[in-house]
Ligand binder design. Structure first.
Ligand code: NAP
Length: 252
């Protein structure tokens, strides 16, 4: 029986791991023994800092810049990981953005950018990863979605649609690949303290807090613990599920 929640010998890609939730996930997976590819887009210094801190604590990590919203770059990211570490066991589709506006003000670009970064990236990276996972008959894909995809948020038609899309994608892919011992799950995060909230007006953030039974924001590490569980051998019989980590905000 493998050690509880050990990821020894596993190889993981975390998209958007330079900051926020992805950063915490990369560190958590590395602490549990996985070799981690820290993907980033713009924050090269932050990504290098994540890699340094993992390597200094006897973990294994490398950074790779790739815009996962672009199909070819996502394929290259997976190729890079397989070349560097010889295989791929765990993919965490975490990269995401918001472009919040009421629909009357939302541009086509606001819509397209959010769909391609949040949803198309999930397809791009999963397609490339599944090819390797099918061959090795082992895989864990974890998609970081949101309560916005379950409840809908005013001012976030683009974001809510992309996150709901990830939920449908998770369930459909889980059915396709289950027989190959590949699990696909999602985490529907609530209000987690990261940069993604920095452009949201204070009044709106206060209003969101009132919707959370626990009355507080979550920490990126609280998402990372659940990712580690879903990535572990102990979660082998869990697939197609969306786990809410939101202080009780959306009870489905
Ligand atoms: P964040 O702090 O703003 O970090 C976003 C990360 O995504 C950064 O590392 C960024 O990289 C990366 N990224 C953005 N576009 C990318 C692209 N095209 N290719 C590669 N990387 C890209 O956001 P966060 O709060 O940690 O969010 C992470 C995920 O959790 C998102 O999918 C978000 O929707 C989801 N989520 C967050 C919350 C929350 O309350 N925080 C709630 C529900 C769901 P660079 O900095 O290098 O550009």
């Amino acid at each position: 029986m493998p050690k509880f929640l050990s990821l020894d010998g596993k190889v993981a890609i975390v998209s958007g791991a330079s900051r926020g939730i992805g950063r915490a996930v990369a560190i958590e997976l590395a602490e549990r023994g996985a070799s981690v590819v820290v993907n980033y887009l713009n924050s090269v210094g932050a990504a290098e800092e994540v890699v340094d801190s993992i390597n200094k604590s006897s973990g294994k990590a490398i950074a790779m810049r790739a815009d996962v919203s672009i199909y070819d770059q996502a394929q290259d990211l997976v190729k890079f990981s397989v070349e560097a570490y010889g295989k791929l066991d765990i993919l965490v589709n975490n990269a995401g953005i918001t472009r919040d506006k009421l629909i009357m003000l939302m541009t086509e670009e606001d819509w397209d950018n959010v769909q391609s970064t949040n949803l198309k990236s999930t397809f791009n990276c999963s397609k490339a990863a599944v090819k390797h996972m099918m061959r090795s008959r082992y895989g864990r894909i974890i998609n970081i979605t949101s309560v916005a995809g379950q409840m809908g948020n005013a001012g976030q038609t683009n974001y809510s649609a992309s996150k709901a899309g990830q939920i449908g994608f998770t369930k459909a892919l889980a059915r396709e690949v289950a027989v190959r011992n590949i699990t696909v799950n999602g985490i529907a995060a609530g209000y987690i303290e990261t940069d993604i909230w920095k452009n949201v007006p204070e009044g709106m953030r206060e209003a969101v807090l009132t919707l959370i039974p626990m009355g507080r924001k979550g920490l990126p590490e609280e998402i990372a613990h659940a990712v580690a569980f879903l990535a572990s051998d102990q979660a082998a019989y869990i697939t197609g599920q969306i786990l809410g980590i939101d202080g009780g905000m959306a009870m489905m």
